[in-house]
Design a protein. Structure first.
Length: 324
């Protein structure tokens, strides 16, 4: 009996100790409490704003679409200017995640006549020209994917942009982005798509040049754009939230939510999408930089002229002193 009682006492003490230890274990709702709205931010300096859908307080993910990729500081600077704020302009902490699958978009493509003079006379053989419209300019890490139904072909491909005349070019000119070869010689099997990585650039129109040789035009069945896919993971509050970006004078945010273990934020989440992008109005500058510098140069020239007129030339004859 004494042994049994002692054993029971030991189990009771062990249970009490376990209960005390368990009391310090974070509860399941701790992550939600740990990501309360943070410090406020001045929203007037951002160039773009997008309203997020209302909903219950829960874990959500927000994929960044081409507009957000193009108009924010982007992946190279870890989206340093991206913020989520509530109706009091308090920041909503988030985790930045790269998705496993790229963002793929179908692009309109159609035959065209080049605007650049004599562009149709370059190369050997027949040339085909196609105009491809991008959703935005300055997209990060873009890859153009082309598909064809042909199974036996060899083509030289050029991808570039038609530019307007500038200081170095008296007429319109063609800026080459990438040059490659596309070929397939296995009858009975579909040709693999052609992947063309190119640098993000200003302008939303691409010109595709296909050197056909002495063959009929290669049928291009589809054109797609692949971009790196990123998303924001955060706890949605009960207030109306907004997505902000487009600011150069701000650094990457540092939220305490990043200290949580990955499992704390990896539970079931609802995917949401932002409303269309709205450009925030900014006060117009009184003078453009060009006008300012021109005005300053004119003022300097006028001031120098006045100084020259006020300084004696020193070439006149000195008056002789009066006689005795």
């Amino acid at each position: 009996m004494r042994v049994a009682a002692a054993a029971a006492l030991i189990l009771l003490l062990a249970g009490a100790a376990a209960g005390q230890t368990g009391g310090s274990t974070p509860q399941a709702d701790v992550p939600g409490n740990a990501v309360r709205p943070g410090a406020p931010v001045d929203t007037s300096a951002f160039q773009y704003q997008r309203v997020l859908p209302d909903g219950p307080a829960e874990l959500v993910t927000l994929p960044l679409d081409p507009a957000a990729l193009a108009h924010s500081q982007g992946p190279r600077r870890k989206f340093a200017d991206v913020r989520i704020v509530d109706d009091q302009n308090a920041q909503i902490p988030y985790l930045l995640e790269r998705r496993s699958e790229p963002l793929a978009l179908d692009l309109p493509i159609g035959a065209t006549t080049p605007r650049v003079p004599d562009l149709d006379k370059r190369g050997r053989g027949t040339l085909s020209f196609y105009l491809i419209n991008l959703p935005d300019e300055n997209l990060p890490e873009p890859v153009l994917s082309l598909e064809t139904s042909e199974q036996l072909f060899l083509r030289s491909i050029e991808l570039g942009v038609q530019r307007e005349p500038d200081r170095r070019h008296k007429t319109g000119w063609f800026e080459l982005l990438e040059r490659t070869t596309w070929q397939h010689a296995m009858l009975g099997s579909p040709a693999p798509s052609l992947e063309i990585p190119f640098q993000g650039q200003k302008g939303r129109e691409l010109l595709l040049i296909v050197e056909e040789g002495d063959n009929r035009p290669l049928p291009i069945r589809a054109a797609r754009l692949r971009l790196p896919a990123w998303q924001l993971r955060f706890f949605r509050t009960g207030s109306t939230l907004r997505l902000l970006y487009g600011r150069a004078d701000i650094t990457e945010p540092r939220y305490d939510v990043a200290l949580l273990s990955p499992s704390a934020m990896s539970g079931p989440s609802r995917e949401i999408s932002a409303a269309p992008e709205v450009a925030l109005s900014r006060p117009a500058a009184l003078l453009s930089p060009r006008t300012f510098w021109i005005g300053l140069a004119v003022a300097v020239v006028v001031l120098l002229g006045l100084i020259v007129r006020l300084i004696p030339s020193g070439t006149g004859q000195r008056s002789s002193p009066p006689g005795p």
